[in-house]
Design a protein around this ligand. Structure first.
Ligand SMILES: NC(=O)c1ccc[n+]([C@@H]2O[C@H](COP(=O)([O-])OP(=O)(O)OC[C@H]3O[C@@H](n4cnc5c(N)ncnc54)[C@H](O)[C@@H]3O)[C@@H](O)[C@H]2O)c1
Length: 255
């Protein structure tokens, strides 16, 4: 059995992952961490100040973090200190925070970091690589939609989309929304929608005179992210220290 602790246990993703870990035969939910103590699916949730002690007491194999950008760096450092493998789904981190996490992880523990753990989104990214390469001279627009409580914008998934487009279609300016007299140049327009309980929609438009190609992904339920995170949990346990992506987990080519 792989012993799992979930950080952000009381949150939307923490609850979904907790339920799925609890239902699986090969993973054991040994605890949760959040800002207030409590319980979920038969396991205890401790206050984040007691997180280090929980990792030691439970002898956790994997820490899964779906929290907030200003908490994830400390959580990653704590897991690395305790030789606990990591699954990091938290988005909205700055490049400095990302570097700090990488420094803590390298040479110590294996970690899968992804802005989106859905298998479908990882395949969508792969399709986008081809499209970006083939449609370099098209106008490109990125549109994403999420629920009203999402804290960061654009989404981590949209940022990964922009990174892939930069790599495959050539780096372009980004224009975050348009207002007033705007003349379209070679920029990529980025548009963010927030409302209701939308789980996560991403669409990329490639437009030229008389035609548009759209590539899109829609998540109907958080369980798509959770089941990918569980795949990654099974994969990461026992791997060599280093930073891995979902492409590694799924055996997809990066390019
Ligand atoms: N990578 C993916 O596939 C994926 C999918 C969905 C969401 N996300 C990201 O995961 C994160 C969480 O999303 P959510 O919808 O579950 O948010 P949420 O607000 O519902 O849950 C976050 C939880 O983290 C807790 N938290 C805050 N600081 C903490 C700390 N220091 N220690 C422990 N817990 C702490 C909060 O109290 C809350 O319960 C966001 O960054 C979101 O963008 C990633």
């Amino acid at each position: 059995m792989i012993k799992v602790v979930i950080c952000g246990a009381s949150g939307r993703m923490g609850q979904t992952i907790g339920r799925m870990v609890n239902e699986s035969r090969d993973l054991e939910l040994v605890g949760g961490i959040d800002l207030k103590p409590g319980s979920f699916f038969g396991a205890g949730i401790v206050d984040s100040k007691d997180a280090d002690a929980l990792l030691k007491k439970t002898k956790a194999d994997v820490l899964i973090d779906f929290t907030v950008a200003n908490a994830v760096v400390e959580n990653v450092k704590m897991a690395a200190r305790n030789n606990v493998a990591l699954i990091v789904g938290t988005t909205g981190v700055t490049s400095d925070q990302r570097r700090e996490m990488e420094t803590a992880i390298q040479g110590r523990v294996p970690a899968v970091i992804s802005s989106n753990f859905s298998v479908g989104v990882n395949i969508f990214w792969q399709l986008l690589r081809n499209a970006g390469r083939l449609l370099r001279d098209y106008d490109i627009e990125v549109i994403e939609a999420h629920h009203r409580n999402k804290k960061d914008a654009p989404s981590g998934t949209a940022k990964t989309i922009l990174q892939i487009l930069d790599e495959e279609a050539g780096a372009r300016q980004k224009m975050y929304g348009r207002e007033g007299m705007t003349e379209r140049k070679n920029e990529i327009g980025v548009h963010v929608i927030r409302g209701g309980d939308i789980v996560g929609d991403h669409k990329v438009l490639f437009s030229k005179n008389f035609e548009t190609i759209e590539i899109s992904h829609r998540a109907y339920d958080r369980s798509v992210f959770a089941s990918g995170a569980l795949l990654a949990t099974r994969w990461v346990a026992g791997k060599e220290p280093g930073i891995y992506s979902m492409s590694d987990v799924l055996g997809l080519e990066k390019k």
